[in-house]
Design a protein around this ligand. Structure first.
Ligand code: AMP
Length: 221
């Protein structure tokens, strides 16, 4: 059975961390529009050039661009792959597009998992995070330093990177965007009875267990 799941929650709620767990454990594929846009910026594509300033300011890239990226990526994956949408949809228009994109490909949205978090903790979570430039393993200044200082636990690389938009000012704009444009799409999914709320402040493993339980219910029932 092919699953189509949305992970919803403000920046720093742990969507990316949980999505990559699901990739490792279930072979699902994480569709992160943020990652796709960062790749486009790095590659210097026309989309990347258009998106860079908007992303650096913490504002939202146009609905057409991100929905276009999602459609293209689903076409590359084909029909048999289960997917987790991470950071998409972020507006009502994107939520509508997603329904159309899925229907056109014989897919349907199975579940929306909202990670509930306390906003004041998020600035601390986000501004301390960094990752391995080689393999992408995530770290944090205060909560998860590499075991050997300056060396990635997973691949041994000595190069790390930080996202340019993970600074306090931009984080506050990103949260305001979430409150104003993304949170209001939740009722659309609540009305369909497909939303489950998970405590995103709990330990990574505890959040993962809660999501696993939801997925097994979605698969069996
Ligand atoms: P993220 O990695 O999900 O935090 O996204 C980083 C940035 O990319 C956001 O602050 C936006 O500027 C842009 N972005 C990512 N996904 C979307 C989306 N679905 N709609 C609009 N902008 C997006």
């Amino acid at each position: 059975m092919t699953l189509n799941i949305i992970l919803l929650g403000p920046p720093g709620a742990g969507k990316g961390t949980q999505a990559s767990r699901l990739e490792d454990e279930h072979g699902m594929i994480q569709l992160s529009t943020g990652d796709m846009l960062r790749a486009a910026v790095k590659a210097g594509t026309p989309t990347g050039k258009q998106a860079k300033a908007v992303m650096d300011a913490g504002e939202l890239v146009s609905d057409e661009i991100v929905s276009g990226l999602i459609g293209e990526r689903l076409d590359e994956l084909g029909p048999d792959v289960s997917v987790i949408f991470d950071g998409y949809p972020r507006t009502g228009a994107q939520a509508e597009s997603l329904d159309e994109i899925l229907a056109a490909r014989g897919r349907k949205l199975d579940h929306v998992i909202e990670l509930l978090v306390q906003e004041d903790a998020l600035v601390d979570r986000i501004t301390g995070r960094f990752s391995c430039a080689q393999c992408g393993e995530g770290y944090h200044d205060r909560y998860k330093q590499p075991k050997v200082a300056g060396t990635c636990d997973v691949c041994g690389s000595h190069e790390f990177k930080r996202r340019p938009d993970d600074n306090e000012e931009t984080v506050r704009t990103r949260m305001a965007e979430y409150r104003a444009k993304t949170a209001p799409i939740l009722p659309i999914y609540e009305a369909r009875g497909i939303v489950t709320h998970v405590d995103g402040m709990a330990d990574i493993d505890v959040v993962n267990d809660a999501i696993e339980t939801i997925l097994s219910a979605a698969t069996t029932g």
